[in-house]
Design a protein around this ligand. Sequence first.
Ligand code: MN
Length: 742
Amino acid sequence: MDNSNIIRDEVLEQYLALEEKIKKYNPSVNVERLRYAYEFARESHGDQKRKDGSLFVTHPIATADIVADMELDEDSVIACLLHDVVEDTPVTAEEIAKRFGKDVALLVEGVTKLTRVVYTSKEEEQVENLRKMLMAMAKDIRVIIIKVSDRLHNMRTMNYQSAEKQRKKALETMEIYAPIAHRLGMQRVKWELEDLSLIYLDPIGYQEITCQLDNRRKTLETFMNDISNTITERMSSVGVECKVFSRLKHIYSIYRKMYSQNKEFNEVLDLCAFRIIVGNVSDCYNALGQIHDLYNPMPGRFKDYISTPKPNMYQSLHTTVIGDEGMPFEVQIRTWEMHRTAEYGVAAHWKYKQGIGSKTGNDEEKFAWIRSLLETQQASDAADFVHGLKTDMFADEVFVFTPQGEVINLPAGATPIDFAYSIHTAVGNLMTGARVNGRIATFDHILENGDIVEIMTSPSANGPSRDWMQIAKSSQAKGKIKQWFKKEKREENIVHGKAAFEAEMKRNNLSLNDLSGPDAILACLKKLSFSNFDDMYAAIGYGGLTSVRAVNRFREDIVVAKRQKRLEEKAAEATKESQQQPVRAEKRQHSVRGVVVGDLDNCLIKFARCCTPVPGDKIVGFITKGYGVSVHRAECQNRLNSGSRDNEDERWIDVSWGDIGSETYNTALTISARDRRNFVLDIATVLATAKVKITSLSAREVEGGQAVAFVSMDVHTRAELQAAIHRLSVIKGVTEVKRPGV
Ligand code: MN
């Protein structure tokens, strides 16, 4: 027979198996498009080889196979087939877009971007940043799913790589990819990644466990079979339809138990796990009851993740019971749907299926779940939502690299300035320029996820400029810039600060002269925690204190000082007066309502309504019949007219203003104006602005298109009244403001 006829095309067979798998879960898949992708990948990779000697294209096909196990959509599978084309061949993303559409190209580009990320050994904090960065860079969750599948296949075929590469990739997988798989709820992938990593990270530990398991395999298998049978029988006898699976725990979970709890292999008792899959939620609880009836539950080990799902969407009932031989084992009970989610997590929601968008309330809940998991925004319908699901869970952070591959976590919107200061204060202060992804960038360039940032420094750099404070996004950078100005530019700061402070004082109409001397000024500075003006000016200059805050502080003391000064002046005046009339001084203190009546003490006082005197007016008193002394203004018409009447002259006596205190005096005004709208309102407004209390206000029209308003009000002094009169007289249309009685 001709040999060439029986050379099997193993690659084609591998592809055809994949095609069959996809057709099973997605009967309407575009087979031509799929096959075209395969052919394009095969052609592009040409005769590139993998380390084991097989054609490189077997890798993307195998990766697509993993993704097909999760029943992902057509675009994802195609992107999988093409995922290394852009990285490893001359084919560009544009070409992929032309041949397979924009969606596929975006997925491939996303994976390529992640592939280009270079890792170095990291501390724990760095590792968390890396995980976040990968998720943030991916933008579309499917990119992460493809990348994780890619890693899974690489780990499966890692044995041909060098020992060093094996360890490096295994560590990366254990620290980055397994946790990402876990976060996305892809339990099965996570387990496999962990076990594969362990082979290279601790080969002896791995060997030990597999050997022990092999030694006991027979016993364990018998045990698992017996238990499975018992459970299956019991369930069918009570009419709960179910399928029972048993398995040995995965190796890394046994490994972790041995090392974290410091146990020997023999001491790790629960090596087996059972899973009961039932048709609906109520059967889950039925089954649980039956299990607890068959075996003794271990206290404290029952967990209900059905009513309270885990953040990664996982749902199940967990219990640990003790078998007949005293061997504990775990039982997980869940529905088929929960099972799929448990195995494939987020990926379970991309599975191709016509019914995926069936808008039952349950579906809504299911998607609300992912929504909360990924903190993504709402979408109009479920299918749309799934499609557009973005990994914007770290929207307020950005992750960038140093040229050495260290990940730096900065707030979103950060610039090279933030980056420089996060490396080291000196790097920031000596920065002269920056390169982002090899290109010169401006200082206000907004950094993006995955950017490689390089800072150029010079020992003779001038230091930060004041506008950096506005450009920097992180408080760390801002703080350090401030600090620099504080230290390095004291003289300059003092000049800047002094100018700002003085301008602000002037703006507020304040003067330091109003303070009562150097001590008062010093006290003011102390309250601001400074011992001299230069320190305060310097602080204002570098931005540690605003000029507004400083001036406010001074204002408080200036206001107090001014009030004090006024009181002292008044006191001084009073003293002067009392010195001029020393004999009567004592008596004069006896005033009633601020009025001192000749030699009389404590006589009844009333203020005449005709002329309503207020302190500061010249006044006279009139001794009434049985009603004490009535106080009039000296120029009161009534008083002037009374002179002609008999016996009245001697009833007028001298009175004067005494200590008036804070009392108010009711007085009145007559305001004439051209009649117009809002006249009364204007009066009220003017008096209110002058803080004069109105007790009554009325107005009426008089002949000649004029209006007259009568207002009575409470004032403290004549000066206050005169100020009010002045304000009223400039109201539009006012012709006269008059006090009554004269
Ligand atoms: Mn790959």
